[in-house]
Design a protein around this ligand. Structure first.
Ligand code: BJW
Ligand code: ZN
Length: 250
């Protein structure tokens, strides 16, 4: 993909890069996104399953959704988009990867400085005593795992609607967005807050902001450039440019 002259110039100068990713970056690995017909699991909208009330009403259904996704994620591998972001990290002095994804594919691709805003699907904890339980036992009543310490319900360690994001993680994400000179927003519909506020945070602090998505989003107008296409096609071009300029060996 041919990058604009302006973006090439920015890539030559930039030392500080911040990236925000969403479900779209994992789509090419075979992980479904949340929204759009393809993204729906058994016709449920994410808002109907990803909230605490839904979990209390029907923990079996919500765990069924998470177990379907956990099993899928274990069978997939990082794609060219994930790998390109890990290469960009090697080519700049200060790099922060903020992800809304819970699938761990960035770390598996080699990214180091990763901030998980919405948790991690492979971890879980008891809603009563808070004990961590990363190997929940689904053999009990209704296939819903119970805490080995207190018998409370065990839930996935992810952030649902109406819940606060881990405060220190979001604060670090905001600081990264404020200090970067290039902000790249990849594969997110950018409608879920507070993650969706980060592009504006970066822009107001003076960063050059680009969006990589297969289609325009509600936030496209705030970016300096929207690069339309698959993350796995576009991000390698950006990584190549940075590595060429900085002389990093591929
Ligand atoms: C490609 C591609 C390819 C495809 N290449 N691109 C009214 C106004 C403003 C805010 C609110 C409001 N009412 C409520 C709120 C707050 C709420 C919110 O934002 N709601 C909006 C929906 C309106 N937010 C919250 O509740 C958050 N907490 C909070 O605000 O705390 C304060 C508070 C506390 C108490 C009371 C009130 C406030 C928490 C949000 C948690 C979101 N959790 C989820 C589930 C995580 C766990 C799990 O994975 O199961 O996070 S929901 C789901 O959405 C998940 C995602 O991380 C998140 C974002 O989705 P994402 O990643 O953008 O995916 P998609 O599917 O939407 O988009 C994919 C994109 O990829 C598309 O654009 C494609 O085109 C593109 N694409 N292939 C490039 N190959
Ligand atoms: Zn417990």
């Amino acid at each position: 993909m041919k990058l604009s002259d302006e973006l090439c110039r920015i890539l030559q100068e930039t030392r500080t890069v911040c990236v925000l990713t969403g479900a779209g970056i994992s789509a090419e690995s075979g992980v479904p996104t949340f929204r759009g017909a393809e993204g729906l699991w058994k016709k449920f909208r994410p808002e109907e399953l990803a909230n605490f009330d839904a979990f209390i009403r029907n923990p079996q259904l919500v765990w069924e959704w998470y177990n379907y996704r956990r099993q899928l994620i274990e069978t997939v591998t990082p794609n060219q988009g994930h790998i390109a972001l890990a290469r960009i990290e090697q080519g700049v002095d200060d790099f922060t990867l903020i992800t809304q994804n819970v699938d761990n594919l960035h770390r598996r691709a080699g990214s180091k400085n990763v901030l998980e805003l919405h948790g991690n699907i492979m971890q879980s904890y008891c809603i009563e005593c808070g004990a961590k339980d990363d190997h929940p036992d689904f053999s009990g009543e209704n296939k819903v795992p119970r805490c080995k310490t207190c018998g409370g319900l065990v839930r996935p360690d992810v952030v649902w609607f109406g819940e606060m994001l881990p405060q220190h993680v979001f604060e670090e994400a905001e600081r990264a967005a404020q200090r970067c000179s290039l902000f790249i927003c990849v594969g997110t519909s950018a409608i879920v807050y507070p993650a969706a506020s980060l592009p504006m945070t970066a822009k107001q602090a003076g960063a050059y902001t680009i969006e990589v998505n297969i289609e325009r989003t509600e936030q496209s107008r705030i970016f300096d450039e929207t690069l339309l296409g698959k993350a796995g096609d576009i991000l390698p071009s950006i990584a190549d440019s940075i590595q060429l300029i900085k002389g990093v060996k591929a």
